[in-house]
Write a protein that binds this ligand. Sequence first.
Ligand code: PGA
Length: 246
Amino acid sequence: MAQKRVVGNWKLNGSLAANEALLGALGAVAGVDVAVCVPFPYLAQAAARLRGVALGAQTVSEFQSGAYTGEVSAEMLADLGCRYAIVGHSERRTLFGEDDATVGRKAAAALRAGLMPIVCVGESLAEREAGRVAEVIGRQLDTVLAVIGAPALARVTVAYEPVWAIGTGRAASAQEAQAVHAGIRRWLGERGGAAAAAACVLYGGSVKADNAASLFAMPDIDGGLIGGASLAARDFMSICQAANGA
Ligand code: PGA
């Protein structure tokens, strides 16, 4: 069984003042890897304040250094104490034009710097209704695999985030999510063997304190990627506790 993991994704939220209270209320939970992915400008603040909670970024440059104005490299993130970098979040894909190949190169950049990429995959509502869930996720994962290579799969966290569930209050049911997670687990095992099959597969999309336990109880759901509910310390910590009980 993979290690339980709960990762907060603050998205474009926060201020130095507001973060103080939130960061101060986060803490370690037995048996669970807890992490928060904060906006770049607050990484140093979070690194200084967090105890027993790992740090991550919400995206990363595919480039290491040079004339790439505005980019932040994986090496810089590692330098600031990050352990994780989210890559391929659906908001990056739809709002900022990141395609599957770009997501693969970003995952490779994270791995190169010793970070664990959290590779987000998931279908749109139209794709689900057209019965294309497995095909879409297979394509997203295959493209990442082509860039990073099979041995690296064991060092990746996959986050299944159905686009229709993100920020909508309409989470996938535990059964719907489990069905997709089982497929991702099978894909990992077929491509990367036993080590990859043990990789952590998170569910994301409207996870709240009241639905976390039923999602995390599913055999192939190893934890969650939490957006809105990660902005309230009490909600986020109770989601982490739910992972501990699962
Ligand atoms: P949500 O976001 O929990 O607010 O639905 C999840 C995500 O975008 O990672």
